[in-house]
Design a protein around this ligand. Structure first.
Ligand SMILES: Cc1cc2nc3c(=O)[nH]c(=O)nc-3n(C[C@H](O)[C@H](O)[C@H](O)COP(=O)(O)OP(=O)(O)OC[C@H]3O[C@@H](n4cnc5c(N)ncnc54)[C@H](O)[C@@H]3O)c2cc1C
Length: 596
């Protein structure tokens, strides 16, 4: 086992982690631990853009942006946080520009902006151009820019290090402080303990609980899982976003930028059906509304294709110039994966699991909450792993690249300031005990169950039972399926017993996190007997502000005493969850009926 000591440790090298590291790196000794090579993080797959009310091409202001974010999130947004994000958006974009990001430009040389769903002028009057972009490779450009700047500021990277646990130590006041992270080095199989004064989690989302998803294979919710297993809460897990335009049958994302540039959704009859569901902004309604409308068209028999199971995205009127200059990658995806030529024929699309609105609860300084009132000293989270909550029950397109920059920056500053004001705390006596136990167990387990089979079964039940539309019945089915799968997970075997590049072993660990998170998602979805944002119940079709204008907070019940026979760190069998709620912060916009 190897020991390391840094002021600040950042877990994750996506947009949030690297934006944090740029700030922390200028103020303190900072290390980034990442399971992927930094520029392979999922942020790099983001296509459409990052929004800010720059008003470069038409009138706009941050107050409209705040309002859109709150209404878009179906009023479950914490309004103080949304205001912080919309205000700081402008500097967040300009910071990236100064760091060297090559944004698309207007003829006058300003950063160009385009339309995206739910972003409007003057509180919903018409769509507004708010998204800054670099063709349809905005995330790629952000990641490259941030990585170069991390190197410039002397941030140290530990690539292909899987963090599997954090260490907690009681501080002088008796409360549990986060004092480090424990990682498994993929190349060698060695375990490393990183002692730190503060730790920032920026590990991204968990789209792989679903089968049809836009998310990369690596998005297995490790960070949420690690923190949840410490008895700390997860917030609003029932709110998972289904992006309207996944390539039908595959889930690969076709960015909303396509509709921002004028693409139109049509049903089998060629009808522009969004005119019926959102008469003012039509195809540019927020994602929850568009995804539900698409599912409804299919349910009511107006779906396209031989199985009538998808709708069509029509861009044939946009012309070759727009497609090639502003949407080149997306055009290529349709050709490559579906053999469809978007210039001449519409592209088959259907909703795909895309984004976790919920996650590790934090305040606006990215400090992780231990409960509704208290924070965990030394522990921070930002990006998709976190829930601030700026997205409420439904995130608007381009607000995530914004979130990772605004709250990544805030996390980096707060964590470094904390580190500079505090001394190192002792690590617990055996800091790597849990990870060693987990790894040894998996390397030697001889059970008959296979990781791939359990993962497939998990993804199938989640797609079938916890997707765009849900009912009591489907959610109960999903919950009992997931709990059965957790039992089977206790009997898995990993075939590769080796140390070097043992992906088998790590996939087994990742599956454990996915199972925990799927269970949390379904559990809170069952309890939320209303429809709001990304959570649409067929049996409770309206929003119920009287009973459910509140965030869910779920805690995993930890055993009072460690069971000496239980495989350490594996979730296996325990499914006791405590579900509590937290009030929504409302500062200036009272919930209203949500019409577009
Ligand atoms: C296809 C696609 C297109 C998108 N397009 C847009 C868009 O146009 N606009 C927009 O606003 N949003 C978009 N989004 C959403 C947005 O890109 C993501 O929400 C955001 O980039 C997440 O950033 P992140 O830094 O939180 O996580 P990620 O970029 O996912 O990075 C996670 C990091 O954590 C590390 N990590 C994970 N687990 C561990 C572990 N156990 N140990 C160590 N390291 C770990 C990984 O190595 C990685 O570096 C898109 C998402 C997808 C999937």
């Amino acid at each position: 086992m190897q020991f390391h000591k840094y002021d600040v440790v950042v877990v994750g090298a996506g947009g949030a982690g690297m934006r944090a590291a740029i700030e922390a790196g200028q103020r303190s000794r900072t290390a980034v631990l990442t399971k992927l090579y930094p520029t392979r993080s999922h942020t790099g797959a983001a296509q459409g853009g990052m929004c800010a009310a720059l008003a470069n091409v038409e009138e706009d202001n941050w107050e409209w942006h705040t309002f859109d974010t709150i209404k878009g999130g179906d009023y479950l947004v914490d309004q103080d946080a949304a205001e912080v994000m919309a205000k700081e958006a402008i500097d967040a974009v300009l910071d990236l520009e100064k760091m060297g990001l090559p944004f698309n430009r207007t003829p006058e040389g300003r950063i160009d902006q385009r339309r995206f769903g739910g972003h409007t002028r003057d509180h919903g009057k018409a769509p507004v151009r708010r998204s800054c972009y670099a063709a349809d490779r905005t995330g790629h450009m952000i990641l490259q820019t941030l990585y170069q700047n991390c190197i410039k500021h002397g941030v140290e990277f530990f690539n292909e290090f899987y963090v599997l646990d954090i260490t907690m130590t009681p501080g002088p006041d008796g409360t549990q402080h986060c004092t480090g992270a424990v990682a498994y080095e993929l190349a060698t199989g060695e375990i490393h303990v990183f002692q730190a004064k503060s730790v920032i989690f920026a590990t991204g989302g968990f789209g792989k609980v679903f089968k049809t998803t836009s998310n990369a294979h690596t998005l297995t919710g490790d960070g949420m899982g690690i923190i949840y297993r410490k008895g700390l809460p997860l917030e609003d897990m029932e709110f998972y976003q289904f992006h309207p335009t996944g390539l039908a049958g595959l889930g690969i994302l076709i960015s909303e930028a396509v509709r921002g540039e004028g693409g139109i959704l049509r049903n089998a009859d060629g009808e522009r059906f969004m005119e019926r569901y959102a008469p003012t902004i039509k195809d540019l309604a927020p994602r929850d509304i568009v995804a539900r409308s698409m599912a409804m068209e299919v349910l009511e028999g107006r779906g396209a294709g031989p199985n009538k199971d998808h709708v069509l995205l029509d861009v044939t009127h946009l012309g070759e110039d727009v497609l090639e200059s502003k949407l080149p990658d997306i055009t290529e995806f349709s050709r490559t994966y579906l053999g469809v030529e978007p210039l001449h024929e519409p592209v088959p699309v259907y909703p795909t699991a895309h984004y976790a609105m919920g996650g590790v609860p934090t305040n606006v300084d990215a400090e992780v909450l231990a409960d509704n009132e208290n924070t965990v000293p030394g522990l921070y989270a930002a990006g998709e792993v976190a829930c601030v909550s700026v997205h409420g029950s439904n995130r608007l397109g381009t607000n995530s690249l914004l979130d990772i920059n605004v709250f990544g920056r805030r996390a980096g500053i707060a964590a470094a300031e904390y580190a500079n004001q505090h001394d190192f705390l002792e690590l617990p006596e055996q800091p790597a005990k849990l990870v060693e136990g987990m790894v040894n167990h998996l390397r030697t387990a001889e059970g008959g169950e296979r990781v791939a089979n359990i993962r497939t079964a998990l993804q199938e039940t989640m797609d079938a039972n916890a997707s765009v539309y849900r009912t009591e019945e489907t959610l109960k089915q999903a919950l009992s399926d997931v709990q059965l799968l957790k039992e089977r997970y206790g009997r898995i075997a990993v075939h590769d017993k080796g140390k070097r590049y043992n992906h088998d072993l790590l996939e087994a660990v990742e599956l454990g996190f996915l199972l925990d998170l799927a269970e949390a998602l379904v559990n809170s979805a069952l309890a939320r007997k209303e429809s709001r944002g990304g959570h649409a119940r067929e049996d409770y079709t309206t929003r119920d502000d009287t009973n459910f204008m509140r965030h869910s907070m779920q805690y995993k019940q930890l055993p009072e005493e460690e069971d000496p026979n239980a495989p350490l760190g594996l979730t296996g069998f325990r499914s006791d969850i405590r579900l509590e709620y937290k009030p929504v912060t409302v500062t200036r916009y009272q919930p209203m009926e949500r019409k577009y």
